[in-house]
Design a protein around this ligand. Sequence first.
Ligand SMILES: *Cc1c(COP(=O)(O)O)cnc(C)c1O
Length: 424
Amino acid sequence: MSATVNGNGNGNGSVTAPAGVKLPIYMDNHATTQLDPRVLEAMMPYLTTIYGNAASRNHQFGWVAEQAVETAREQIAKLIGASAKEIIFTSGATESDNLAIKGVAEMYRERGNHIITQVTEHKAILDTCKRLEKAGYRVTYLPVKADGLVDLEDLKRAIDDKTILVTIMFANNEIGVVQPVAEIGKICRERNVIFHTDAVQAVGKIPVDVNKMNIDLLSLSGHKLYGPKGVGALYVRRRNPRVQISEQINGGGHERGMRSGTLNVPGIVGLGRACEIAGEEMEAESKRLIALRDKLKHKLEGSLDYIHVNGSMEHRLPGSLNMSFVYVEGESLLMGINDVAVSSGSACTSATLEPSYVLKALGLGDDVAHSSIRFGLGRFNSEAEVDYVADKVIDVVQKLRELSPLYEMVKEGIDISKIEWQAH
Ligand SMILES: *Cc1c(COP(=O)(O)O)cnc(C)c1O
């Protein structure tokens, strides 16, 4: 995804921000979230006076740090229905995903070499799988349906006697679609296959329960739930069945031998507090975000034609809305709303602007993918911000379409799919 933001005050349109709305507006909460001030408060002592190494067993400094880490472990475990001993701290979800997939692949190599994932996964999953393919593993990339959901029959058919791991994300970071994780877990358990889920976008936003959902491994990240960046965790099931992974970072044998390295105590304390707050406030927060998201959608749909939501509306994260604005050039749209931080359906690669592979997997053409916007609402967004963003997008889309010959033709009833364009 490519993001845009430009804090040059009121932008260039006729819609101005009402008093109380500060520009630029952050509406990209799938990319990262603002640190909750309550999380910072919990972290502060561990960034200043309480600086012991949690692995120092011989003195007070170490014990206090270790105690704080164990409290965080419990807070995180509680949010996902796990026990504290099943939480392994990492540097973030990219590392958790790597550790889960490579750790299982290496540990269960004698049992099989087949891994199943799906095409709309985060790059942390896809690139790890590609790496394993080079090392002789076989990977099946399941397609998704037009609504972004994986087909459970496809999954059942893909499992064979060499399958050691299924890794399917809980909720997608681009389109917000929530996969049928409990059903996937059930299928994997019945077939005796380990199930990992990248739950970065789901944890703290919607209910997650590793036991009810038969999840064996689960990745989460601090900065996606109002915690600090650079800290995450991997849940590793300890019983029914006990899952083993081989460590990918050697040295010192921290974290039950699964991930060596001195623990990031302030980060871990922050992640724990962030999970605690999420557990307490999830219900009310998700109601509020659903209302804001639906308001944004209804306002846009009330004033604009030829727009559509990408991905299932029913199986969706509370704060997530990905919409395509057909007959609008994507770059111009983003430029027009440059006082709002959102992401587009274009993936910034080194030189070219590629359409998002997630949107393409839903069947969108390149043009429509480019003219798509991901709105990511979060804890610190207000209703006034949503109103402003909706008005601004409507204004910009209408102006761009006034300049669009394609849109004019469509309005006049010309079937543009039948036009034979003249090449010059
Ligand atoms: C952000 C994200 C990641 C990567 O997490 P980091 O902690 O930033 O490494 C992985 N998967 C998904 C679905 C994400 O949204």
